[in-house]
Design a protein around this ligand. Structure first.
Ligand code: BTN
Length: 308
Protein backbone atom coordinates (compact mmCIF):
# COMPACT_ATOMS: atom_id res chain seq x y z
CA UNK A 1 0.00 0.00 0.00
CA UNK A 2 1.82 3.04 -1.27
CA UNK A 3 -0.36 5.56 0.59
CA UNK A 4 0.42 3.87 3.92
CA UNK A 5 4.14 3.96 3.11
CA UNK A 6 3.92 7.62 2.17
CA UNK A 7 1.99 8.53 5.33
CA UNK A 8 4.77 6.92 7.40
CA UNK A 9 7.49 8.87 5.58
CA UNK A 10 5.92 12.31 5.82
CA UNK A 11 6.86 14.72 8.57
CA UNK A 12 6.32 18.40 9.35
CA UNK A 13 9.12 19.52 6.99
CA UNK A 14 8.59 19.66 3.25
CA UNK A 15 10.01 16.79 1.23
CA UNK A 16 10.20 16.99 -2.52
CA UNK A 17 8.19 14.67 -4.76
CA UNK A 18 11.34 13.22 -6.40
CA UNK A 19 12.98 12.54 -3.01
CA UNK A 20 9.86 10.75 -1.75
CA UNK A 21 9.57 8.84 -5.03
CA UNK A 22 13.18 7.67 -4.64
CA UNK A 23 12.65 6.58 -1.01
CA UNK A 24 9.50 4.67 -1.92
CA UNK A 25 10.91 3.24 -5.16
CA UNK A 26 7.98 4.57 -7.23
CA UNK A 27 7.37 7.35 -9.79
CA UNK A 28 6.72 11.00 -8.86
CA UNK A 29 3.27 10.62 -10.27
CA UNK A 30 2.57 7.68 -7.97
CA UNK A 31 3.60 9.87 -5.01
CA UNK A 32 1.16 12.57 -6.18
CA UNK A 33 -1.66 10.04 -6.47
CA UNK A 34 -0.95 8.55 -3.04
CA UNK A 35 -0.85 12.03 -1.43
CA UNK A 36 -4.18 12.90 -3.05
CA UNK A 37 -5.69 9.66 -1.77
CA UNK A 38 -4.49 10.34 1.80
CA UNK A 39 -5.92 13.87 1.73
CA UNK A 40 -9.24 12.51 0.40
CA UNK A 41 -9.29 10.06 3.33
CA UNK A 42 -9.02 12.96 5.78
CA UNK A 43 -5.28 12.96 6.56
CA UNK A 44 -3.72 16.46 6.80
CA UNK A 45 -1.33 16.00 3.87
CA UNK A 46 -0.22 19.29 2.32
CA UNK A 47 1.19 19.85 -1.16
CA UNK A 48 3.11 23.01 -2.14
CA UNK A 49 6.00 24.24 -4.28
CA UNK A 50 8.50 22.53 -1.94
CA UNK A 51 6.77 19.15 -2.11
CA UNK A 52 4.70 17.36 0.50
CA UNK A 53 4.36 17.42 4.28
CA UNK A 54 1.93 16.78 7.14
CA UNK A 55 0.24 19.87 8.56
CA UNK A 56 2.35 21.04 11.53
CA UNK A 57 1.19 19.41 14.74
CA UNK A 58 -0.42 16.41 13.01
CA UNK A 59 -0.68 13.55 15.51
CA UNK A 60 0.75 10.95 13.12
CA UNK A 61 2.57 8.11 14.95
CA UNK A 62 6.04 9.24 13.82
CA UNK A 63 5.36 12.66 15.39
CA UNK A 64 3.40 11.55 18.45
CA UNK A 65 5.35 8.54 19.71
CA UNK A 66 8.66 10.39 20.30
CA UNK A 67 6.71 12.85 22.47
CA UNK A 68 5.09 10.21 24.72
CA UNK A 69 6.36 10.02 28.27
CA UNK A 70 4.10 7.25 29.58
CA UNK A 71 2.59 3.95 28.45
CA UNK A 72 -0.66 5.27 26.97
CA UNK A 73 -0.67 5.68 23.20
CA UNK A 74 2.27 3.41 22.45
CA UNK A 75 -0.09 0.99 20.66
CA UNK A 76 -1.58 3.44 18.20
CA UNK A 77 -3.89 3.47 15.15
CA UNK A 78 -3.99 6.81 13.35
CA UNK A 79 -7.01 7.14 11.07
CA UNK A 80 -8.25 9.75 8.60
CA UNK A 81 -12.04 9.81 8.55
CA UNK A 82 -14.15 7.29 10.52
CA UNK A 83 -17.68 7.15 11.88
CA UNK A 84 -16.52 7.03 15.50
CA UNK A 85 -13.16 6.17 17.06
CA UNK A 86 -15.14 4.37 19.79
CA UNK A 87 -16.24 1.72 17.28
CA UNK A 88 -12.77 1.40 15.78
CA UNK A 89 -11.26 0.87 19.24
CA UNK A 90 -14.00 -1.57 20.29
CA UNK A 91 -13.13 -3.82 17.32
CA UNK A 92 -9.43 -3.62 18.23
CA UNK A 93 -10.18 -4.29 21.93
CA UNK A 94 -12.09 -7.42 21.00
CA UNK A 95 -9.09 -8.53 18.96
CA UNK A 96 -6.86 -8.15 22.07
CA UNK A 97 -5.53 -4.57 22.06
CA UNK A 98 -3.51 -3.78 25.22
CA UNK A 99 -4.48 -1.27 27.91
CA UNK A 100 -3.57 2.22 26.74
CA UNK A 101 -4.18 1.39 23.08
CA UNK A 102 -5.16 4.52 21.21
CA UNK A 103 -7.29 5.18 18.14
CA UNK A 104 -7.36 8.72 16.83
CA UNK A 105 -9.16 10.06 13.78
CA UNK A 106 -8.70 13.36 12.01
CA UNK A 107 -12.47 13.65 11.53
CA UNK A 108 -15.54 11.62 12.51
CA UNK A 109 -18.74 11.38 10.52
CA UNK A 110 -20.82 10.03 13.43
CA UNK A 111 -18.95 11.15 16.55
CA UNK A 112 -20.94 10.41 19.71
CA UNK A 113 -21.32 12.59 22.78
CA UNK A 114 -22.84 11.94 26.22
CA UNK A 115 -26.60 11.54 26.60
CA UNK A 116 -26.96 10.33 22.99
CA UNK A 117 -25.80 13.64 21.55
CA UNK A 118 -23.72 14.07 18.40
CA UNK A 119 -20.13 15.22 18.69
CA UNK A 120 -19.17 17.48 15.83
CA UNK A 121 -15.69 16.54 14.69
CA UNK A 122 -14.35 19.06 12.16
CA UNK A 123 -10.75 18.77 10.96
CA UNK A 124 -8.24 20.39 13.32
CA UNK A 125 -9.47 18.88 16.60
CA UNK A 126 -8.34 15.86 18.60
CA UNK A 127 -10.78 12.94 18.57
CA UNK A 128 -9.54 9.79 20.20
CA UNK A 129 -10.46 6.69 22.15
CA UNK A 130 -8.24 5.06 24.72
CA UNK A 131 -8.56 1.49 25.98
CA UNK A 132 -8.74 0.87 29.73
CA UNK A 133 -8.95 -2.46 31.50
CA UNK A 134 -9.61 -1.30 35.10
CA UNK A 135 -8.42 -3.71 37.78
CA UNK A 136 -10.97 -2.32 40.25
CA UNK A 137 -13.69 -3.97 38.09
CA UNK A 138 -17.33 -2.88 38.32
CA UNK A 139 -16.66 -0.59 41.30
CA UNK A 140 -14.50 1.59 39.04
CA UNK A 141 -17.25 2.40 36.58
CA UNK A 142 -19.10 5.19 38.43
CA UNK A 143 -15.80 6.92 39.26
CA UNK A 144 -14.08 6.70 35.89
CA UNK A 145 -15.98 9.67 34.41
CA UNK A 146 -14.62 11.87 37.20
CA UNK A 147 -11.11 10.43 36.86
CA UNK A 148 -11.20 11.13 33.12
CA UNK A 149 -12.38 14.70 33.75
CA UNK A 150 -9.56 15.31 36.22
CA UNK A 151 -6.99 13.91 33.76
CA UNK A 152 -8.34 16.09 30.98
CA UNK A 153 -8.24 19.22 33.15
CA UNK A 154 -4.66 18.45 34.26
CA UNK A 155 -3.58 17.78 30.69
CA UNK A 156 -5.09 20.87 29.08
CA UNK A 157 -4.28 23.31 31.87
CA UNK A 158 -7.11 25.74 31.21
CA UNK A 159 -10.72 26.09 32.35
CA UNK A 160 -12.49 23.77 34.72
CA UNK A 161 -14.95 20.92 35.00
CA UNK A 162 -18.70 20.89 34.75
CA UNK A 163 -20.00 17.74 36.40
CA UNK A 164 -19.11 15.08 35.61
CA UNK A 165 -16.43 15.76 33.00
CA UNK A 166 -17.08 18.55 30.51
CA UNK A 167 -14.09 20.86 30.35
CA UNK A 168 -15.28 24.47 30.05
CA UNK A 169 -13.33 27.66 29.56
CA UNK A 170 -13.77 30.53 32.04
CA UNK A 171 -16.71 31.83 29.95
CA UNK A 172 -18.35 28.38 30.26
CA UNK A 173 -17.84 27.42 26.63
CA UNK A 174 -16.90 23.83 25.95
CA UNK A 175 -13.25 22.99 25.30
CA UNK A 176 -13.44 19.21 25.58
CA UNK A 177 -15.69 16.32 26.52
CA UNK A 178 -15.45 12.69 27.56
CA UNK A 179 -17.57 9.67 26.71
CA UNK A 180 -17.10 6.35 28.50
CA UNK A 181 -18.46 3.10 27.11
CA UNK A 182 -17.89 -0.14 29.01
CA UNK A 183 -18.19 -3.76 28.00
CA UNK A 184 -19.35 -5.71 31.05
CA UNK A 185 -19.81 -9.46 31.29
CA UNK A 186 -21.44 -10.50 34.58
CA UNK A 187 -19.15 -9.04 37.26
CA UNK A 188 -16.26 -8.60 34.87
CA UNK A 189 -15.39 -5.35 33.10
CA UNK A 190 -13.95 -6.59 29.80
CA UNK A 191 -12.86 -3.14 28.76
CA UNK A 192 -13.69 0.55 28.90
CA UNK A 193 -13.50 2.83 25.88
CA UNK A 194 -12.56 6.31 27.05
CA UNK A 195 -13.44 8.68 24.22
CA UNK A 196 -12.13 12.24 24.30
CA UNK A 197 -12.93 15.13 21.98
CA UNK A 198 -10.85 18.32 22.25
CA UNK A 199 -11.63 21.46 20.28
CA UNK A 200 -8.25 22.72 19.14
CA UNK A 201 -8.91 24.89 16.07
CA UNK A 202 -11.86 27.30 15.92
CA UNK A 203 -12.87 26.30 12.36
CA UNK A 204 -16.22 24.48 12.13
CA UNK A 205 -17.03 24.35 15.87
CA UNK A 206 -20.69 24.29 16.93
CA UNK A 207 -22.22 27.07 19.07
CA UNK A 208 -21.19 26.86 22.70
CA UNK A 209 -17.81 25.35 21.84
CA UNK A 210 -14.46 27.10 22.10
CA UNK A 211 -11.04 26.27 20.69
CA UNK A 212 -7.96 25.58 22.80
CA UNK A 213 -6.11 27.97 20.47
CA UNK A 214 -7.91 30.89 22.07
CA UNK A 215 -5.84 30.19 25.19
CA UNK A 216 -2.76 28.63 23.61
CA UNK A 217 -2.34 30.18 20.15
CA UNK A 218 0.78 28.07 19.55
CA UNK A 219 -0.84 24.76 20.62
CA UNK A 220 0.40 21.86 18.53
CA UNK A 221 -1.92 18.88 18.43
CA UNK A 222 0.68 16.15 18.90
CA UNK A 223 2.04 17.93 21.99
CA UNK A 224 -1.42 18.50 23.45
CA UNK A 225 -2.27 14.85 22.87
CA UNK A 226 0.95 13.60 24.49
CA UNK A 227 0.27 15.80 27.53
CA UNK A 228 -3.34 14.66 27.87
CA UNK A 229 -2.40 10.97 27.55
CA UNK A 230 0.17 11.32 30.32
CA UNK A 231 -2.24 13.23 32.54
CA UNK A 232 -4.94 10.57 32.04
CA UNK A 233 -2.42 7.88 32.97
CA UNK A 234 -1.45 9.79 36.11
CA UNK A 235 -5.11 10.36 37.03
CA UNK A 236 -6.12 6.71 36.64
CA UNK A 237 -4.95 5.44 40.10
CA UNK A 238 -7.42 7.93 41.67
CA UNK A 239 -10.12 5.39 40.83
CA UNK A 240 -8.87 3.40 43.84
CA UNK A 241 -8.84 6.37 46.24
CA UNK A 242 -12.27 8.00 46.48
CA UNK A 243 -11.16 10.72 48.87
CA UNK A 244 -8.20 11.83 46.77
CA UNK A 245 -10.36 11.69 43.65
CA UNK A 246 -13.08 13.86 45.16
CA UNK A 247 -10.43 16.38 46.28
CA UNK A 248 -8.76 16.45 42.87
CA UNK A 249 -12.14 16.84 41.16
CA UNK A 250 -13.22 19.68 43.48
CA UNK A 251 -9.96 21.51 42.76
CA UNK A 252 -10.54 21.18 39.00
CA UNK A 253 -14.26 22.09 39.17
CA UNK A 254 -15.73 25.22 37.65
CA UNK A 255 -19.36 24.70 38.54
CA UNK A 256 -19.25 24.10 42.29
CA UNK A 257 -20.80 27.04 44.09
CA UNK A 258 -22.90 28.03 41.06
CA UNK A 259 -26.57 27.69 40.22
CA UNK A 260 -27.26 24.76 37.93
CA UNK A 261 -30.16 22.98 36.29
CA UNK A 262 -29.87 19.19 36.19
CA UNK A 263 -31.89 16.97 33.88
CA UNK A 264 -32.01 13.50 35.37
CA UNK A 265 -34.35 10.50 35.17
CA UNK A 266 -36.54 12.02 37.86
CA UNK A 267 -37.07 15.29 35.94
CA UNK A 268 -35.40 18.66 36.15
CA UNK A 269 -33.85 20.07 39.32
CA UNK A 270 -32.52 23.53 39.94
CA UNK A 271 -30.24 24.51 42.76
CA UNK A 272 -26.78 25.37 43.92
CA UNK A 273 -24.07 22.84 42.99
CA UNK A 274 -22.73 22.50 46.51
CA UNK A 275 -20.32 19.60 46.54
CA UNK A 276 -19.13 16.33 45.08
CA UNK A 277 -19.84 13.24 47.16
CA UNK A 278 -17.10 10.62 47.33
CA UNK A 279 -19.16 8.16 45.29
CA UNK A 280 -19.14 10.71 42.46
CA UNK A 281 -22.65 12.14 42.98
CA UNK A 282 -23.22 15.86 42.60
CA UNK A 283 -24.81 17.38 45.69
CA UNK A 284 -27.34 20.15 45.06
CA UNK A 285 -28.85 22.57 47.54
CA UNK A 286 -32.43 23.02 46.37
CA UNK A 287 -34.52 26.18 46.72
CA UNK A 288 -36.39 24.63 49.65
CA UNK A 289 -33.08 24.26 51.47
CA UNK A 290 -32.94 20.46 51.12
CA UNK A 291 -29.93 18.66 49.74
CA UNK A 292 -30.24 16.27 46.81
CA UNK A 293 -27.52 14.03 45.39
CA UNK A 294 -27.63 13.25 41.67
CA UNK A 295 -25.67 10.30 40.30
CA UNK A 296 -26.49 10.66 36.59
CA UNK A 297 -27.76 13.50 34.50
CA UNK A 298 -26.96 16.52 32.43
CA UNK A 299 -25.91 19.75 34.10
CA UNK A 300 -26.55 23.18 32.68
CA UNK A 301 -25.32 26.39 34.25
CA UNK A 302 -28.05 28.86 35.10
CA UNK A 303 -26.93 32.33 34.13
CA UNK A 304 -28.31 34.69 36.70
CA UNK A 305 -29.86 37.79 35.14
CA UNK A 306 -29.14 41.08 36.83
CA UNK A 307 -32.30 43.26 36.77
CA UNK A 308 -32.20 46.96 37.46
C1 BTN B 1 -19.43 14.79 25.37
O1 BTN B 1 -18.96 15.83 25.82
O2 BTN B 1 -20.63 14.67 25.17
C2 BTN B 1 -18.50 13.66 25.05
C3 BTN B 1 -17.80 13.85 23.74
C4 BTN B 1 -16.87 12.72 23.39
C5 BTN B 1 -16.40 12.80 21.96
C6 BTN B 1 -15.31 11.83 21.66
S1 BTN B 1 -14.50 12.20 20.15
C7 BTN B 1 -13.67 10.68 20.21
C8 BTN B 1 -14.65 9.65 20.71
N1 BTN B 1 -15.42 9.11 19.62
C9 BTN B 1 -16.71 9.43 19.69
O3 BTN B 1 -17.59 9.09 18.89
N2 BTN B 1 -16.93 10.17 20.80
C10 BTN B 1 -15.71 10.37 21.55
Amino acid sequence: MLDVGLLELLGEDWQSGPALARRLGVSRQAVHQAAKKLAAEGYPVEHGPLGFRLAPGAPAPQLLIPRLRGRFGRAYRYLGRVESTQDALRAWAEAGAPEGALVLAETQTAGRGRQGRRWESPAGGLYFSLLLRPRAGLGALPLLPLVAGVGLAWGLGVGGLKWPNDLLDPQFNKLAGVLLEAEVLGEEVRHVLLGVGINVEPRGLPPGAVALRRYFPEARRHEVLARVLLALEHALPLVEDKEALADAWRRAALTLGRRVRVKWVGGVLEGLAEDLREDGALVLRLKNGKRKAVTAGDVELVRTEVTR
